[in-house]
Write a new protein. Structure first.
Length: 240
């Protein structure tokens, strides 16, 4: 068992160490000669805790093997790497028959799962980061939808304001045309009507320009590279 890449310790029913392999010697820095024949709890008092000693006692009575998860119990027999970080272990406790009826020893099998634990932590951190980024993207998409909806409402409202004066201007121009065709026109009155129509058209042109600028700004604010949203009627006639 000295050649196995896991730590192995065997204790009897009095918790006296009967075997301490080379791997545990290397991990803990405690030679077998110093610990064999002594109580394991004297060297590692943490094993006296109720959560540990009770389960060890069950195994020493011939109970089923028990596992101490590295995620709950970092290690039963503490050891450290050269850089001072603790070695994370998964420890299995196995009952061993002694040859005497009703008496059992307990074998600790300590596996170094430090690398695996670090990989799990890295995976969790990556997953959490990914979930965070997905949530931020979802929020950004919702903000974009809201911004586009606001812009759509804005255009719907202001487009309706534009159509009324334009309809009036069209009616005025039709009236001028009818007067000219009937040769019953007053040149001054015609000029005045034309000036009013031209003024209305210029005002509509200015308002359309303002709407286009609003669309540009909205597109920049949401940070999108796609074409900014404009009603199709404006898109078809406007060329930046």
């Amino acid at each position: 068992m000295d050649l196995l890449p896991v730590g192995i310790c065997i204790v009897d029913d009095s918790l006296t160490v009967r075997y301490w392999n080379a791997c545990l010697e290397e991990w803990t820095g405690t030679p077998a000669a110093e610990i064999v024949g002594q109580k394991v709890t004297e060297h590692f008092p943490g094993l006296k805790k109720a959560g540990f000693i009770d389960r060890i006692g069950q195994v020493l009575q011939g109970g089923a093997p028990t596992v101490f998860s590295s995620q709950i119990h970092t290690c039963l027999i503490p050891s450290h790497f050269p850089d001072g970080t603790i070695r994370v272990q998964r420890t299995t406790l196995i009952p061993l028959e002694t040859g005497e009826k009703g008496r059992f020893d307990a074998m600790f099998v300590c596996e170094d799962v430090s690398a695996l634990t670090q990989q799990v932590k890295s995976y969790r951190a990556m997953r959490n980061q990914t979930l965070h980024e997905l949530e931020e993207r979802r929020k950004a998409e919702l903000a974009l939808i809201a911004a586009n909806e606001d812009l759509r409402v804005y255009f719907a409202e202001h487009t309706s304001r534009l159509t009324e004066p334009l309809n009036g201007t069209a009616a005025d121009l039709e009236a001028i045309l009818q007067e000219m065709e009937a040769e019953a026109r007053d040149s001054d009155a015609v000029r005045e009507k034309l000036r009013d129509a031209i003024g209305t058209i210029r005002t509509m042109e200015k308002r359309l320009t303002e709407l286009i600028e609003v669309a540009r700004k909205e597109q920049q604010d949401v940070g999108q590279e796609q074409s900014y949203f404009m009603p199709r009627t404006i898109q078809g006639s406007y060329r930046p």
